[in-house]
Design a protein around this ligand. Structure first.
Ligand SMILES: Cc1cc2nc3c(=O)[nH]c(=O)nc-3n(C[C@H](O)[C@H](O)[C@H](O)COP(=O)(O)OP(=O)(O)OC[C@H]3O[C@@H](n4cnc5c(N)ncnc54)[C@H](O)[C@@H]3O)c2cc1C
Length: 529
């Protein structure tokens, strides 16, 4: 993973002439406005880990699996939000965890947690480091030092029950690694968030991630049948064998979305399915967003079973970021109106039936088919979008995303309120802005809205975004949205958690934390206000 940007360092995206013109002429910024800092120039806060603690940790995980080198600490100094990437470009001394430990067994994790509890060292569980909410920030709170506990050695397909269609996957497996292990046995998980290539099984569970195929296969939390979690108080095996039970509240849900504050997830038992026989795609256009949203609602409520179902608004469609082509280019993949993607998977006959049933609903609600090609094109490029952010930032643009969910009845009003808030804040900072939105996930009762905003960096761009995001969060909660549909809470949304779940809800989280992690070493400063 690129230390100060997204993804594979070999796969750098460059802005097209059209995109560069948009940045230069519309936003009035360029690469000359940005101080480009090289890796060798970065100054990292020296490790504060005491020698005795270092030696004790090395004794647990082995010398080869512990590092205090700047080159290992810096890539784990934060996640991949725009403020994270801007921070990486700072010439000031950068914060980073004091050490990186890579345990290989549950027992080693238990021993690391016991040592850290005894000696007062914070522990940040680290999966793929793709958090966009400050989930892996090295916050020390009251502790003298902080470790990044990297799960990458938990990389096995522990078991696969082909009859029950359940697999136990190591928490440190990335999306592609997990799918490759399952595919070798003819199975698939089907969880494809945009961060798929780097995020991990444990991270998906710890953040309640949602993928682009969640319309068909469900969110990650829908797929989880069981979890193994190492807490400072002991190991928990959650989720009895068998599909369902009524044995009190479902404790798995305490750990789904627990963001590393209650324990370290080391393995997840997941529902899997046979690799689908067919994949069919169809793109659609709608005259406007409201018509398209109504059509998606009808599909979700009738339940015709698409695997992918998403709708870009007029601005996103026009800018053609729906398919990550050249901004502004009008092509078959970026028609006027609002662009929608559908995909269908399963046994050949079911895929065809689902496709036809969905098409009938979309047509009846004002949709016009664009055929399979634009949707296939979207599918081929669907993990490439984040690469565009790096050259945009390097050319002085400020680009960031945020997401929420609300009921169908509130969808348009919330979209408008968020758009106006983003525009007003960017104006306040002296920049024009483009606000793009799409419906990323649909349910029978509502949908999630995913926004991208592009403007100019003005002065302290981190402060500019932090203030903008704070204003949006207030609007989300005041106007019937949630502070997060799938990005999670981390450090960035923590201040809004009391409004999200109420003071009594916060007390429950604190009580669980006090029970499982009495010394408070696990991921301080995240999730719980
Ligand atoms: C470009 C981009 C696109 C994204 N697209 C999506 C998307 O489509 N859908 C979506 O849901 N999210 C998306 N995200 C957000 C992010 O990828 C998800 O939150 C993902 O689930 C995080 O997984 P990770 O392995 O990278 O976790 P990390 O970033 O390493 O950690 C996230 C949080 O989980 C905790 N954690 C990680 N592993 C464990 C573990 N084993 N045990 C306990 N706690 C743990 C960490 O301490 C932290 O609090 C995107 C992010 C980026 C940068």
């Amino acid at each position: 993973m690129q230390w100060d940007g997204w993804g594979d360092p070999q796969h750098k995206a460059a802005l097209s002439a059209g995109q560069l013109a948009m940045v230069n002429d519309l936003l009035r910024v360029s690469a000359d406005d940005v101080d480009a800092v090289a890796f060798e120039e970065v100054r990292v806060r020296p490790s504060a880990l005491a020698d005795a603690d270092r030696d004790a940790l090395a004794e647990i995980v082995g010398e080869a699996h512990l590092s205090t080198a700047d080159g290992d600490r810096l890539p784990r100094a934060g996640g991949k939000s725009t403020p994270d990437l801007l921070r990486r470009k700072s010439r000031d001394e950068q914060d980073a965890p004091d050490a990186v430990v890579l345990p290989g067994t549950d027992d080693e994790i238990a021993a690391v947690l016991a040592l850290c509890a005894e000696r007062g060292i914070a522990v940040v569980p680290f999966g793929g480091g793709t958090s966009v909410v400050g989930g892996v920030d090295p916050i020390r709170d009251r502790f003298a030092a902080c470790l990044s506990l990297d799960l990458r050695r938990f990389d096995a397909l522990e078991s696969l029950d082909e009859t029950n269609q359940e697999a136990v996957l190591g928490a440190g497996l990335t999306g592609p690694a997990a799918e490759a292990l399952l595919a070798a046995r003819g199975f698939e998980l089907g969880h494809y968030p945009q961060s798929f290539r780097y995020a991990t099984i444990g991270g998906f569970a710890a953040t309640r991630s949602s993928g682009q195929d969640s319309a068909g296969y469900g969110r990650f939390d829908d797929m989880v049948r069981g979890l193994r979690v190492v807490t400072p108080r002991g190991v928990l095996e959650l989720g009895r064998p068998g599909p369902k039970n009524a044995a009190g509240p479902d404790l798995r849900h305490l750990f789904l979305g627990s963001e590393g504050v209650f324990g370290v997830i080391t393995a997840v038992r997941l529902r899997v399915h046979a690799v689908p026989e067919t994949k069919r795609y169809e793109a659609w256009t709608f005259p406007d967003f409201a018509t398209g949203a109504d059509a998606l609602r009808a599909v979700a409520q009738v339940g015709t079973g698409p695997t992918v179902l998403r709708l870009s608004d007029e601005v996103e469609t026009a800018l053609n970021l729906a398919t990550v082509d050249e901004a502004g280019a009008q092509s078959a993949a970026a028609p006027a109106g609002c662009f929608a993607v559908t995909a269908f998977e399963g046994p050949a006959h079911l895929g065809a039936e689902r496709h036809e049933a969905t098409a009938a609903v979309l047509r009846a609600h004002g949709g016009t088919s664009l055929g399979p090609e634009p949707a296939q094109h979207w599918a081929e490029r669907r993990f490439d979008g984040p690469y565009l952010r790096d050259p945009l930032l390097a050319n002085g643009a400020l680009v960031e995303t945020l997401e929420t969910a609300t009921s169908w009845t509130n969808l348009l009003a919330l979209k408008q309120a968020v758009t106006e808030t983003l525009q007003a804040k960017f104006t306040e900072f002296g920049s024009v802005s483009l606000v793009l939105c799409h419906i990323s996930h649909v349910y029978d009762t509502g949908a999630s809205l995913y926004f991208t905003v592009i403007g100019a960096q003005r002065g302290d761009a981190i402060a500019q975004w932090t203030q903008t995001k704070a204003a949006v969060n207030d609007v989300l909660l005041a106007q019937g949205g949630t502070i997060t549909h799938h990005h999670a809470v981390g450090a960035d949304h923590r201040a809004w958690m009391t409004d999200e779940i109420g003071p009594l809800g916060v007390d429950i989280l604190r009580a669980v934390k006090a029970t499982l992690d009495p010394s408070g070493i696990l991921n301080p400063g995240k999730l719980i206000p």
